[in-house]
Design a protein around this ligand. Structure first.
Ligand code: SF4
Length: 184
């Protein structure tokens, strides 16, 4: 990767909302290229750091997962408020992904089906106020905040992520073309 004109390390924040962490695992699959990346960027709030909230303004936010509960909304808004560029990272963030299959069902009925007393005779839905409430549906990220780029794939491949990041970090508009562009 050609070094960008500005030698300042770019700050990246990442999160998994209603995701499976598969997109983050695919990110780590760039393998030895992580060393090259580490020379150019530093991570702020992310599952791969111990930073609980964005510590300063970030250049880039990678958002994995759709928005399924109230906490997802808070986290997503924090990243949007603190990032210059926000990316819907992976199919779940782009369109809700497989978790959005619950959108065909009533959320109350889903909870009643899943949470039963041990003998199955009654419902036992967790009601601790610490737990975030589910939303009525699983929403794609762009229905909650403005999105700058959509990176599809379940997950996007490591090579796709690398192409996307290197385009951005070297000041090019990201272009993902066949065969790196996929939706499964
Ligand atoms: S897009 Fe696929 S890999 Fe990424 S969080 Fe969703 S289910 Fe997991």
């Amino acid at each position: 990767m050609n070094a960008p004109m500005n030698p300042r390390k770019l700050r990246i924040t990442t999160t998994s909302l209603s995701g499976c962490f598969g997109c983050h695992m695919s990110f780590l699959d760039i393998d030895e290229r992580l060393l090259e990346l580490a020379a150019l960027v530093e991570f702020d709030r992310s599952p791969i750091t111990d930073i609980k909230h964005c510590s300063q303004h970030c250049d880039l936010a990678l958002v994995e997962g759709g928005v399924c509960n109230a906490e997802n909304v808070h986290v997503l808004r924090e990243l949007r408020a603190n990032a210059k560029i926000l990316v819907a990272f992976g199919a779940c963030a782009v369109n809700g992904g497989l978790p959005a299959q619950r959108n065909h069902l009533d959320v109350g009925q889903c909870l009643s089906q899943v949470y039963r007393t041990p003998d199955g005779s009654a419902t036992a839905i967790p009601d601790d106020p610490e737990l975030p409430l589910l939303l009525d549906k699983v929403y794609p990220v762009n229905e909650v905040v403005r999105v700058d780029y959509f990176l599809p794939g379940c997950p996007p491949s490591a090579d796709t992520i690398w192409k996307f990041l290197t385009d951005l970090l070297t000041g090019r508009t990201p272009r993902i073309e066949h065969p790196l562009l996929k939706f499964d």
